[in-house]
Design a protein around this ligand. Structure first.
Ligand code: IMP
Length: 181
């Protein structure tokens, strides 16, 4: 098993690239079935979801789709600040569109809760959420429960495959869990 030390914390490999590929395929297959004949707009939440989104959209089958990107910030280091800030606003009209938000991880759900409300107010026909990881024990907003989940995780902090630690280690090809000691 691979491990990595980052900023004084020890992380161990939890999902290998092979595990991740299986999770991505499972999510892509469900979306492909649900959106057959539709033209969804993927709203990718930067920065973390860009890696998952790149794999996800290429694993879709027979789905004519578009992608756009937003950047919000609600998380610093290993503790949530609880406040959402729009850094890159939505660039594309979502009115009358079937929108799929793409996230790296749904934690408290604050980011999704606020984004969903925003996209609905902008006139989206439907808003669903696809996330690589979901921490159900930490969910604080019922409406932020994701529709498509790669893998569930308890409360641990994870890095890699787009997930950062203060901006670094997004490029790791696996997902690593922090270890207490
Ligand atoms: P939420 O708004 O509380 O659901 O937080 C979602 C955001 O927090 C994600 O998009 C990540 O940027 C960040 N986040 C939550 N948990 C982790 C983690 O374990 N590792 C890295 N980032 C995380």
């Amino acid at each position: 098993m691979r491990s990595i030390d980052e900023q004084g914390y020890h992380f161990e490999e939890w999902l290998t690239p092979t595990d991740i590929a299986k999770d991505v395929k499972q999510v892509a297959d469900k979306i492909s079935a649900d959106y057959e004949g539709k033209e969804p707009l993927f709203v990718v939440v930067l920065n973390g979801a860009f890696v998952f989104a790149a794999d996800l959209i290429r694993a879709l089958k027979n789905v004519r789709c578009e992608e756009t990107f937003v950047r919000v910030s609600s998380y610093y280091g290993m503790a949530s600040s609880g406040k959402l800030e729009f850094i890159v606003p939505l660039q594309q009209a979502v009115e009358n569109r079937d929108v799929i938000i793409v996230e790296d991880v749904v934690d408290t759900g604050l980011t999704i809760h606020q984004l969903k409300a925003y996209l609905r107010a902008e006139g989206a026909t439907s808003v669903r959420v696809a996330t690589m990881l979901f921490k159900p024990n930490k969910l604080e907003y019922d409406d932020a429960k994701p529709d498509y989940v790669g893998h569930e995780i308890t409360n641990e902090f994870v890095i890699g495959y787009g997930l950062d630690f203060d901006g670094f280690v997004r490029n790791l090809d696996a997902i690593y869990k922090v270890k207490d000691n």
